[in-house]
Design a protein around this ligand. Structure first.
Ligand code: F6P
Length: 358
């Protein structure tokens, strides 16, 4: 009798809610559906570099019903150590990539499922090309910036968290007659900011895709005051950039570079308002996944395994038009999914009178 197939799964890049739900779906489909073996690789591609390879075989009975609901990733992850970064002084060129490829071979894998964001997909694809790995991608990231899919696992939960933060900030803003700024993540994309900003009733939403002007912000706050409202809510994505004539120093840059605080000081200075700043940070990544994220995770995990069964490789599972589809990884890594400055959400924000930049 032929040996059952062996597939690997790893989570790579920043964690988010719903990763465990993907792993669970893969295990259910691969073991329960096809009778395969599933090897969970620890700490992303870093696990494939260790010797022995850092991994644990996954079994159906590890998924007792609780793991679906848990944040984080039971396999661990790694968002550093790109194997294609320039070699360290003590390293031969390509040594890290070769070691990862060797790790895949040592495990005797027939295919590898990489649950990652755009950066991880690109690395995985380069590894697959270099070493002939059989690869399937599953998109996950709170940033929702992976191309060719309407949704990545983890995004919805992050939007829920940011919206809840606005729900909690609004009463205190109104009680104290303050301007509250909420700084959210998203790396170079403003998806979390615009989704939560609209859902949470923000007055100003600043996203990296649309430069902002200080005059526009001040004008909006003054209008709110003239209308008799005593508070305002501002959402700012971590990597926003001012317009060249914005009247603000160039700032932004990813990773909580303090844009919220700088904007707060500027608003206080220009308007005299009392301002408070909340940096939401990694709270957006933790906690239980939302029902929608669990559904995406389930559909993606099942489809990823089915693709391997069908011999359809070098693909990423994706969500489009209410369906779980698959798209070429080559095309995914060649594109980026920013907020469309002419798209429905920006038009909606403008239609609601939200200041969203110049
Ligand atoms: O890509 C996910 C993300 O949470 C971004 O929104 C954020 O800029 C970054 O990761 C934070 O990374 P780290 O976990 O390394 O601080």
């Amino acid at each position: 009798m032929a040996e059952p197939r062996r597939i690997g799964i790893l989570t790579s890049g920043g964690d988010c809610a719903g990763l465990n739900a993907v792993i669970r779906a893969v295990v259910h489909r691969a073991i329960g559906g096809y009778g395969w073996r599933v090897i969970g690789i620890l700490d992303g591609t870093a696990g494939l570099m260790r010797r022995p390879v850092a991994c644990r075989e996954l079994a159906l009975d590890m998924f007792d019903g609780n793991i679906l609901r848990q944040g984080g990733t039971m396999l661990g992850t790694n968002s550093r150590d790109d194997p294609f970064d320039p070699p360290r002084p003590d390293e031969a060129p390509g040594a890290r990539a070769d070691r990862i490829i060797e790790g895949y071979r040592l495990l005797g894998l027939d295919a590898l499922i990489v649950v990652g964001g755009d950066g991880s997909m690109e690395i995985a694809r380069r590894l697959a090309e270099a070493g002939g790995l059989n690869l399937i991608g599953v998109p996950k990231t709170i940033d929702n910036d992976v191309a060719l899919t309407e949704n990545s696992v983890g995004f919805g939960t992050a939007v829920d968290v940011a919206t809840e933060a606005l729900d909690r900030l609004q009463p205190t803003a109104a009680s104290h007659s303050r301007v509250h700024i909420l700084q959210v993540m998203g790396r170079d994309a403003g998806h979390i900011a615009i989704n939560a900003g609209i859902a949470g009733g923000a007055d100003i939403v600043l996203i990296p895709e649309i430069p902002y002007g200080v005059a526009g912000i001040v004008e909006k706050l003054e209008r709110i005051e003239r209308q008799g409202r005593n508070f305002a809510l501002v959402v700012v994505a971590e990597a926003v950039v001012p317009a060249p004539d914005a009247g603000a120093e160039p700032d932004g840059g990813r990773r909580c570079a303090g844009i919220g605080e700088r904007l707060g000081a500027l608003i206080a200075d220009r308007t005299g308002a009392e301002v408070r700043v909340t940096v939401l940070g990694h709270i957006q990544r933790g906690g239980a996944p939302s029902p929608r994220d669990r559904l995406f995770a389930a559909a993606f995990g099942v489809r990823a395994v089915d693709l391997i069964a069908e011999g359809k490789l070098d693909r990423m599972v994706a969500w489009s038009n209410r369906d779980c589809i698959d798209v070429p990884l080559e095309e995914v890594v060649a594109r980026y999914q920013a907020v469309d400055p002419e798209g429905a959400l920006v038009r909606t924000a403008r239609g609601l009178g939200i200041y969203i930049g110049t």
